[in-house]
Design a protein around this ligand. Structure first.
Ligand code: RIB
Length: 305
């Protein structure tokens, strides 16, 4: 059995509209299409890890509505262990997403059942955390739960990855010592570090601050500009494959899930980053969150083409 990736995080039903452009405040636009697809940063990263070769378990909460069963089933069909995906009373998490003609999106999330993933719930599935080699967290569940998971992951000696998304400000100082890989995008790196990240140079300054704060290694994802890897000694700028993007939703999640699966399979950091980049590039050529995530076969086909 390959090494195990355990994702602790959110599951959302994504309600997606395509429109020529994103609406301004107070404006009503005529949209082009509407569809619902399973999403949520945690679930997307779990699906990405599984499709890209990982042996994956998820810890999360879905609601008692129809979306809850659909969100759980979407993980089960990927072979993800869902013994720790609990159904709780009330609504599932949802994300209202608008995607424009230039493939950019705007997202509003409502936590719903994700807000019930309390530290005690994760603690009740401690055996699942113990079974992990790599633990992956994001910020769409209560902060106390992320804190618990990071600390427990460190105590258990696991490789701990935090994708600090969505980020609205600095992380608690005492989180950093538990993080092996911190993977923010530009806006998240800005929120965490206080440095406005809008170039490779400013990404280096931000990454240096985050490593000084205590993170083991930092990977700042830079969209079409690739990714910056920092380990406290050196920087490496890894360029992204160039593709025609139609929807960037879940590109970051695909990178994180692919990176985690590749690390768990024994790839080096640089190989895992390149693998995640190819997977993320393929994801932006397709619409939606989980439907856009490629398989290992897709990635291998792209690399060998
Ligand atoms: O990262 C993309 C995800 O963010 C979407 O699937 C949506 O659910 C929001 O959580």
């Amino acid at each position: 059995m390959p090494a195990k990736v355990v994702v602790v995080g959110s599951l959302n039903m994504d309600l997606v509209t395509r429109a020529g452009r994103l609406p301004r405040a107070g404006e009503t636009l005529i949209g082009q299409s509407f569809f619902t697809v399973p999403g949520g940063k945690g679930a997307n990263q779990a699906v990405a890890s599984a499709r890209l070769g990982g042996n994956v378990a998820m810890i999360g909460c879905v609601g008692s509505d129809a979306y809850g069963a659909e969100l759980r089933d979407a993980l089960l069909v990927e072979g993800i262990d869902c013994q720790a995906v609990s159904q709780v009373d009330g609504s599932s998490g949802v994300a209202l997403i608008v995607v424009d003609d230039s493939s950019q999106n705007a997202i509003v999330i409502v936590a719903g059942s994700n807000g019930q993933l309390m530290p005690a719930v994760v603690h009740s599935f401690d055996a699942v955390l113990q079974s992990a080699d790599v633990i992956v967290c994001q910020l769409e569940v209560p902060m106390a739960t992320v804190a618990h998971t990071l600390k427990r992951g460190r105590e258990l000696g696991k490789t701990v990855i935090l994708n600090p998304a969505p980020a609205s400000g600095p992380l608690p100082d005492d989180w950093y010592a538990s993080i092996d890989y911190l993977i923010p995008n530009e806006s998240e790196a800005s929120a965490l570090s206080g440095v406005v990240v809008d170039s490779l140079e400013t990404a280096k300054v931000a990454a240096t601050r985050l490593i000084k704060a205590g993170a083991g290694k930092v990977i700042v994802t830079l969209g079409a500009q690739g990714a910056l890897f920092a380990n406290g000694r050196d920087f490496e700028h890894l360029l992204a494959p160039q593709v025609k993007a139609i929807d960037t939703t879940a590109a970051g999640d695909t990178f994180v899930g692919g990176f985690a699966a590749a690390l768990a399979s024994g790839k080096s950091e640089a190989e895992a980053i390149r693998f995640g980049q190819v997977a993320a590039a393929l994801s932006v050529t397709r619409a939606g969150a989980q439907p856009s995530i490629p398989t290992l076969h897709d990635v291998q086909g792209f690399v060998s083409a």
